[in-house]
Design a protein around this ligand. Structure first.
Ligand code: MG
Length: 291
C-alpha cells in the first residue's frame, strides 16, 4: 500500500478492516466428545458403551491392533446407539520412515488396520511418521520429506478406497522431533496430495504450539480430522490439573471452523474414573460455550 493510500484511509476504516468477519458457524458448532476405549470404565465393550452413552458422549476410539478380528463385534455393539466410531489409534508394526524390514511390516499391518477401519466406519487411522527412538530411520532431509509425501499419497489413496483416511499426529519434541506442529502436519497433508491424508491436534502435545487457535486454524477443515485431549500439566483427565486445563483458545478455532470431528479423551487419571470423566465432560462443555 502506498503512503498516499494509507493516508487516505480514515482510522475507523483501518479498524474495520482488522475486525474479524462474522463467525456464522461459531454458535451452531456442537462439541462432539469421544472416549478412548482404555480410558472408559467397564469390563466389557457393552459396559463401556453404556457409560459413554450415560454422559451423552457420542464417540469411541479404539486401538488398531487386532481390529480386523473385532470389526463385527464392534459394529454389533454400536447398533441402535447414538455412538459412532471415532479414529483408530495406531496399532501397526514398524514405521513408515524405517530403512529396513520394519517398513514392510508397517505397510502390511497398516493396510490391514485401514481396511478394518473402513469396516467400522472410522474417520481415520492415527499414525506417527517416526518416534525419536525408532531406528534405523531415514535422515531428516528434504529427500525424506519427499519420500514421506509419496508414501502417504499411496496410503491415503488406499484408505479412500476403504472408506477412511490416515491421520498424521504431531507429538512433542521429546517423543517425535520429526513432526510436532499441527501446521507442519497440515503442510505434509497438502503435499501428499491425497484426500485420504489428514492430520490432527492433541492438546497434550500442543503445549509446544505458540497458539492452539493458530494451530487448528492452520490445518483448517480441509486437513483437520481429529483432536485428542488430556489435562495440560500431567496428561491426566481434563480438569485434574486445575487452572492449567484451559482449552478455550483451541475450542474457539474449532467452533469458528465448524469442526465436525471428535475431541477424544486420550489421557490418564488420578481420581475415580467415573467421577473425573463426568467432571471433565461438564468442564469441556462449559469451556466450549465460553470459547
Ligand atoms: Mg494423541
Amino acid at each position: 500500500m502506498t503512503g498516499a493510500a494509507t493516508a487516505a484511509l480514515a482510522p475507523t476504516t483501518l479498524l474495520a478492516s482488522c475486525t474479524p468477519k462474522p463467525e456464522v458457524k461459531k454458535a451452531s458448532t456442537p462439541l462432539n466428545l469421544c472416549f478412548q476405549e482404555g480410558v472408559t470404565p467397564g469390563n466389557t465393550l457393552q459396559e463401556k458403551l453404556d457409560f459413554i452413552e450415560s454422559l451423552g458422549v457420542t464417540g469411541i476410539e479404539v486401538g488398531g491392533r487386532g481390529l480386523a478380528g473385532r470389526a463385527d463385534e464392534i459394529n454389533k455393539a454400536l447398533e441402535g446407539r447414538n455412538i459412532r466410531m471415532g479414529a483408530i489409534c495406531a496399532g501397526f508394526d514398524g514405521f513408515i520412515l524405517a530403512e529396513d524390514e520394519q517398513k514392510d511390516n508397517f505397510d502390511r499391518t497398516m493396510r490391514e488396520i485401514i481396511e478394518a477401519a473402513g469396516k467400522v466406519n472410522s474417520c481415520g487411522v492415527i499414525m506417527v511418521p517416526a518416534f525419536n527412538g525408532q531406528t534405523p530411520c531415514r535422515p531428516h532431509t528434504m529427500d525424506t520429506r519427499n519420500y514421506l509425501c509419496e508414501q502417504l499419497h499411496e496410503l491415503g489413496e488406499f484408505a479412500l478406497q476403504c472408506g477412511t483416511t490416515v491421520i498424521l499426529e504431531p507429538l512433542n519434541r521429546a517423543e517425535c522431533f520429526y513432526l510436532r506442529l499441527v501446521a507442519d502436519a497440515a503442510a505434509i497433508c497438502r503435499d501428499a496430495d491425497s484426500k485420504g491424508v489428514k492430520c490432527m491436534g492433541d492438546f497434550w502435545h500442543m503445549k509446544e504450539e505458540p497458539s492452539d487457535y493458530a494451530a487448528f486454524m492452520a490445518a483448517g477443515n480441509e486437513y483437520l480430522q481429529h483432536v485428542h485431549i488430556a489435562s495440560r500439566g500431567r496428561r491426566l483427565t481434563p480438569g485434574e490439573d486445575g487452572e492449567k486445563d484451559d482449552y478455550r483458545n483451541g475450542f474457539r478455532a474449532l467452533k469458528e471452523l465448524g469442526y465436525e470431528g471428535f475431541v477424544s479423551f486420550e489421557c490418564g487419571r488420578e481420581g475415580d474414573p467415573a467421577t473425573v470423566l463426568t467432571n471433565a465432560v461438564d468442564l469441556l462443555r462449559k469451556q466450549w460455550e465460553e470459547a
